[in-house]
Design a protein around this ligand. Sequence first.
Ligand code: UFG
Length: 338
Amino acid sequence: MSVLLTGGTGFVGSHTAVELINAGYDVVIADNLSNSSADVVDRIGRITGVVPPLYVIDVADKTALNKLFDERSIDAVIHFAGYKAVGESVARPLMYYRNNLDTALSLLETMEEHGTRIFVFSSSATVYGDPETVPIDESSPAGSCSNPYGRTKYFVEKILSDAAAADPDLSVVLLRYFNPIGAHESGLIGELPSGIPNNLMACITQAAAGILEQLSIYGADYPTPDGTGVRDYIHVSDLAAGHVAALRYAQDHKGCEAVNLGAGRGFSVLEVVRAFEETTGVHVPRRFAPRRAGDIAMCYAGTEKALKVLGWRAEKSLEDMCRDAWRWQRNCGPGTDP
Ligand code: UFG
């Protein structure tokens, strides 16, 4: 079975390519390399023994997409490609709406023309906004997102559920990610933030490596056990395995299902920093800073549906996530010469 991964050289896409190839799928990657590098396909090849074909195209470009679909027989699409920086989306909302909606629409139209009826979407827990209760399960209200990036995820979810309602042959799975961190245990692929990182683990590893002077801990006065923000961190390889499970599910079911991909428990910023220091033996220079605009206090996933529907659950520990993120940072991460 042949699976197209849009954005397949990115952080989650590349790890999913590895899991799919290991599970016996044929993977084709489409990526415009706007936030990733072409050598990721060789690294996927070093891990799996298979270098997936890479089409360097813009997924919104229907002519290029049609050519790809004509050349390859694509049975399913996993759609990762998209802009994903929350702050940038506030500053440049039109760019976010244009890119993230156009890519999804072009893909859906091209799939329809070629008879490809399986679509797995890289969505986000951000669609839940500031939750009233935790854990957040899939019946929690969605749509009150605090930024344009989150709204693009929500709007594409709606487009997909409308498309599935209109076409009984279409099978859609909306995967709502919590906080993916870590890296492949080989140390060959991982997250490569361009410029100053935003996400917690990238800031921790760069502070530990001396690239950042120190980690800023945004807020010590949240209504959480130690006052710092609580999130549901999930190892990116576990998350990738969740995509394989979603694809298997979509092969046997029609309609549209939203499923959380999280580990189902929360850790505070301070707990993550301490786990990193204990696992790696490396000190993380840090300071407390004011709350970051738009952040919520606490967020973690209800995971029953993922287990029941997909037969999947996260396996790796916070220590695994810290160890693998640090290995990646030292081997190939920002500031190294891989
Ligand atoms: N944090 C710090 N210092 C930093 C970076 C983060 O203290 O330098 C804290 C944040 O305040 C938050 C926690 O670490 O409490 C996690 O922050 P991240 O930026 O790593 O992740 P977010 O939960 O803010 O955002 C993530 C994804 C978004 C997605 C969102 C909701 O990055 O794409 O989850 O699912 F929209």
